[in-house]
Design a protein around this ligand. Structure first.
Ligand code: SF4
Length: 350
C-alpha cells in the first residue's frame, strides 16, 4: 500500500509528544528517557495529548507555515497497534482541521515492516526518524541495541520506497566505538542518504546500565573536547554530502540540570554551538596558514569577516576562538567583523 502523506516543506514547527521508552523491547545501555525528556509516563491518555497539542498551538504564533505533531522518546512502531492508531488518529484530527500539516515519529529500525507501514499509510505521516546510533555491529551489540546495521539499511530502504522523509539519529562515544568506527558509520549513513541527521554524544544517565559500568570503571565517556571532534567529523561528512544536520547534542531541559538527573560525560547546554565554533576556528586557521607568516612584526589587527549570522560561531563561546587564534599565531589582535557580502558559512581574512 502506498503512503499518501505530504512532504514537509522547510524547517517545521514541531509539537513534541514524549512517550518515554514506550514500545521499546528493552532498555538500551545508555538510555533513560525519563531523565532525557523530563517525563515519567510511558502512556499518555488521548485527552492529555489533545491538551498538550492545543497548548503548543496557542504558543505557535503565525510565523511557522509547516507544523508537525511528533511522537518522540520511544519506539513508536513497537507499541500496541491499537495505541499506534489511536495516537495517529488524534494527531490526524489536527491535520484535518488545518492547524497542523503532518505527523512525525521516532522508531527503532528493527520494528519497521510492511505490515506496520501499511497501517500508518492511512495517516498523514510525513517524517520518520530512525534510531541508528551506529552502523558498527559490535558497537550496537555492546550498547544493547538488539539490532544490526543491516536492519537499519533495510529499514531506510523500505521507508524510501514509500517516499517518507527520513531522519537518522546517531551517537558518538558508545561502548566499543572509536573515531575510525564512527567515521565508517558516517560513511555508511551518507550512502543511505537520509534527509537529515541528529548527532548526540553518549552521556551517562543515572539509573542506566552505562551508569553502573561507569561506576565500576568499565565505561569511560568521551571528554567534551573529544566528543566535539567526533561530532564535527560527522557534521562535515553529512553536510558535504548534502545531508542536513538538524541537531548536535541534547536539548538542555530543566530535568537535565537537576542535581540527581544530571548526566556524567560530555554534556554541554550549547554543545552544537561548540561544534560550529570549532569548525569556524579550523576555517580561520586554514585561511591564516595560507597567508604565510605575516604576523610577527605586524601590529595591525587580523580582520576576519563573516556573514552577520555567523558572528557568534566565529567568535566562539566567550570569544574562545579569538583567544585560541592569538595563542596559535603571534598576532597583536583579532577582530571579527560582520559583512553581508560574505555568504553564510564562509570567511574572509585580511
Ligand atoms: S530504543 Fe530508543 S528509547 Fe528505547 S531504550 Fe533504546 S534508546 Fe531508549
Amino acid at each position: 500500500m502506498k503512503a499518501h502523506y505530504r512532504k514537509s516543506a522547510g524547517k517545521p514547527f514541531i509539537i513534541p509528544i514524549f512517550l518515554p521508552e514506550s514500545g521499546c523491547p528493552h532498555r538500551c545501555v545508555f538510555c533513560n528517557q525519563a531523565a532525557i525528556t523530563g517525563q515519567k509516563h510511558r502512556y499518555l491518555s488521548l485527552k492529555t495529548i489533545d491538551d498538550q497539542i492545543r497548548t503548543f498551538l496557542s504558543y505557535q504564533g503565525q510565523t511557522r507555515k509547516h507544523v508537525q505533531i511528533a511522537f518522540f522518546g520511544g519506539n513508536f512502531l513497537g507499541q500496541d497497534e491499537s495505541y499506534i492508531c489511536q495516537l495517529l488518529s488524534k494527531a490526524t484530527q489536527f491535520v484535518h482541521s488545518g492547524q497542523v500539516q503532518g505527523i512525525r515519529f521516532s522508531t527503532r529500525p528493527d520494528t519497521i515492516c510492511d505490515h506496520l507501514l501499511d497501517i500508518i499509510a492511512r495517516f498523514p505521516v510525513e517524517t520518520i526518524e530512525i534510531g541508528v546510533q551506529s552502523m558498527n555491529d559490535q558497537v550496537l551489540a555492546l550498547s544493547g541495541r538488539g539490532h544490526t546495521a543491516a536492519d537499519t539499511q533495510k529499514a531506510i530502504c523500505q521507508l524510501k520506497a514509500r517516499g517518507y522523509e527520513i531522519g537518522a539519529q546517531l551517537m558518538v562515544g558508545l561502548p566499543g566505538d572509536n573515531r575510525q568506527r564512527c567515521f565508517a558509520s558516517g560513511e555508511r549513513i551518507v550512502l543511505l542518504a537520509p534527509a537529515f541527521v541528529r548527532i548526540y554524544p553518549t552521556l551517562v544517565f543515572p539509573d542506566s546500565v552505562l551508569a553502573r559500568w561507569y561506576a565500576a570503571g568499565k565505561y569511560k565517556p568521551l571528554s567534551i573536547a573529544a566528543s566535539i571532534k567526533q561530532v564535527k567529523m560527522l557534521y562535515l561528512q553529512f553536510t558535504q554530502a548534502g545531508i542536513a544536520v538538524v541537531r548536535m547534542g541534547l536539548q538542555p531541559t530543566s530535568t537535565l540540570s537537576c542535581a540527581h538527573m544530571r548526566p556524567a560525560g560530555p554534556f554541554h547546554p550549547a554543545f552544537g554551538h561548540l561544534v560550529h565554533s570549532e569548525i569556524y576556528l579550523d576555517r580561520a586557521a586554514r585561511a591564516i596558514n595560507k597567508l604565510g607568516k605575516p604576523f610577527k612584526k605586524d601590529t595591525r589587527p587580523l580582520l576576519i569577516r563573516v556573514n552577520p549570522r555567523d558572528l557568534s560561531k566565529m567568535r566562539g563561546l566567550k570569544s574562545h576562538n579569538i583567544t585560541l587564534l592569538k595563542r596559535l599565531y603571534p598576532m597583536k589582535s583579532v577582530k571579527i567583523l560582520p559583512d553581508t557580502a560574505i555568504a553564510p558559512g564562509c570567511i574572509r581574512i585580511n
